[in-house]
Design a protein around this ligand. Structure first.
Ligand code: ZN
Ligand code: ZN
Length: 143
């Protein structure tokens, strides 16, 4: 892998400490709780966005974001194709172009990944967001 001009390279140790930053060589993801249950245990709505910033200008049609929480969550819904970690404090979501939406990215482009719904106890917080995979592949003819 090339040594890209990336200001922040984070290690697994830093992810465990809950740093919100990019990993891999291209995506920076954010996840923000936009709505929480009024009383007691219930559904949280979390907005997930990404910024693709590929130093070599590669395109992307599949990427994986890993979100960690301060407690276990029950996965309810999202636009991801696959979700790993239901019932734990870490969800790994993979979004694929053509599955639940148009998820192609140019080399430098923002992407909205829609809302993630989870059920959890009061006091849920996001402790980390990271990119664990980008397929570096374009699915569009002529790109
Ligand atoms: Zn990428
Ligand atoms: Zn493309």
């Amino acid at each position: 892998m090339k040594n890209y001009e990336k200001p922040v390279i984070i290690t697994n140790d830093e992810i465990a400490e809950g740093v919100y930053a990019a990993s891999g060589d291209c995506y920076t993801f954010t996840a923000e709780i936009k709505q929480k249950p009024e009383i007691g245990r219930g559904d949280y709505r979390i907005q997930v966005n990404g910024k693709h910033d590929a130093a070599d200008n590669h395109h992307s049609s599949e990427r994986t974001v890993q979100i960690t929480f301060n407690m276990n969550v029950k996965y309810k819904n999202s636009l991801a194709q696959t979700v790993i970690g239901d019932g734990t404090s870490m969800l790994t979501l993979t979004y694929v172009d053509g599955v639940n939406g148009s998820y192609h990215n140019n080399g430098h482009e923002n992407i909205g990944l829609g809302d993630l719904f989870v059920e959890a106890d009061p006091g849920l917080a996001i402790t980390g967001v990271s990119c664990t995979y980008c397929n570096h592949t374009c699915t569009y003819a002529g790109h």
